[in-house]
Design a protein around this ligand. Structure first.
Ligand code: PLP
Length: 391
């Protein structure tokens, strides 16, 4: 273990909760109605407006949101769901939870998202859905994705956990498509502490989502109660929704500030020669196609050229950054190599791009309250560190 960070430590992410938000939470707590109620309804209405009027329901977290999406799509035992290995493991865990099989395909080394050629090649008669993951907020080629889904009659459950306010050809992610799942966990661009929401197609799907999030209970009249399909306990509280409402009001400013910081990263990366050291930068902003919300700014380290090699180079770099008061994150190791997925038959060599990128990927600090000077310090420190550790 490393020592505790110094006082002026720059973390890779920090949630921003302003005084108004704290006051709103106080009002909910004092109101006498603290679990799901009027604030949840108002939050869902605002989210629906954000997503072009499509039905939206909220849940206790993003993982529950994806699990309910799978249930709404009637995915279960015997079914296969194609997804990425470079994701938070929740993506695959929820597929297992509903009894289906996650089928990992390799990523595109430039976008670090699902390689859609590989998706198409992995479709079998058992495939029921594609679960694309918009890593760091970058969408896949949405035209191509939905063309594949239409031609093979597949559902799409978008793991848009990181992609609030990202766009495809100018259209907001969630405002179109099939089932689109977002997370409001503390590290995401806007947060409810924990929480998530699902954008759906029809009022019927929304009704089913409401049941599934609260034990499947259907109430009628003053005292009628029935369950046709059992559900779980996945409702969001009014306390969380009050935070979400306040955060939604800051969404435009948050996205704009993140884009500014990303631009500063590209400028600093050029000044400090990161590319010349073999460090891979993210895809630059391309408003005509996929526009990321810069949920993360991730580089890929040239681990084979650094001390420690593929197994240890990243840890050495992270240790050096930390010694300079800079936090960094790993999003994510390739999940098909976790012990459980190995027990299902997944092995090294099956997904070469995901494995290489999973070993070298590093999330640099990016959050709205960061100063532009922090960006320069991060790039300069990373540059010096990689020069020092070069073989
Ligand atoms: C955050 C996240 C999730 C899960 O969301 P929780 O709210 O933490 O349950 C799923 N997938 C990805 C890619 C995420 O980043």
């Amino acid at each position: 273990m490393t020592a505790s960070p110094p006082q002026d430590f720059l973390p890779f992410v920090r949630p921003q909760i302003d005084a108004d938000t704290i006051a709103e939470v106080g009002k909910v707590l004092a109101s006498g109605w603290i679990t799901s109620g009027p604030r949840v309804q108002a939050f869902e209405a605002e989210l629906s407006a954000l997503f072009g009027g499509r039905p939206v329901r909220t849940f206790s977290n993003g993982s529950a949101t994806m699990e309910i999406a799978l249930r709404i799509a009637d995915i279960g035992p015997g079914d296969e769901v194609i997804t990425s290995s470079i994701t938070w493991v929740a993506t695959a865990n929820v597929v297992l939870t509903v009894g289906a099989r996650p089928v990992f395909v390799d990523i595109d080394p430039v976008t670090r998202n699902l390689d859609l050629d590989a998706v198409e090649a992995a479709i079998t008669p058992r495939t029921r859905a594609i679960m694309p993951v918009y890593l760091s907020g970058l969408p896949v080629d949405m035209d191509r994705l939905y063309d594949i889904a239409r031609r093979h009659d597949l559902r799409v459950i978008e793991d848009a956990a990181q992609a609030i306010d990202s766009r495809w050809q100018g259209r907001r992610i969630g405002a179109f498509g099939d089932l689109v799942s977002f997370s409001f966990q503390a590290n995401k661009n806007i947060t409810t502490i924990e929480g998530g929401c699902l954008v759906m197609n029809t009022p019927g799907e929304a009704t089913r989502a409401e049941r599934l999030r609260l034990q499947g209970v259907v109430r009628t009249g003053f005292d009628g109660m029935d369950v046709e399909e059992p559900g779980g306990k996945f409702n969001l509280t009014d306390v969380n929704a009050a935070i979400g409402l306040a955060q939604l009001g800051q969404l435009d400013a948050v996205t704009a500030r993140r884009a500014e910081l990303a631009r500063a990263y590209f400028d600093s990366a050029a000044r400090t020669g990161l590319a010349g050291l073999g460090i891979e930068l993210p895809l630059p902003l391309d408003p005509a196609h996929a526009t990321t919300n810069w949920h993360m700014f991730q580089v890929v380290l040239p681990t084979e050229r650094l001390q420690g090699g593929p197994a240890q180079a990243r840890a050495l770099v992270m240790e050096a950054l930390r010694a300079h008061g800079i936090g960094a994150g790993v999003h994510y190791p390739p999940i098909h190599l976790f012990s459980y997925f190995r027990s299902l038959g997944w092995r090294e060599g099956m997904l070469p791009h995901a494995e290489r990128i999973g070993r070298g990927i590093l999330t640099l600090p990016l959050f709205p309250a960061m100063r532009d000077a922090d960006v320069e310090r991060v790039c300069a420190t990373l540059s010096e560190t990689c020069k020092r550790l070069s073989l």
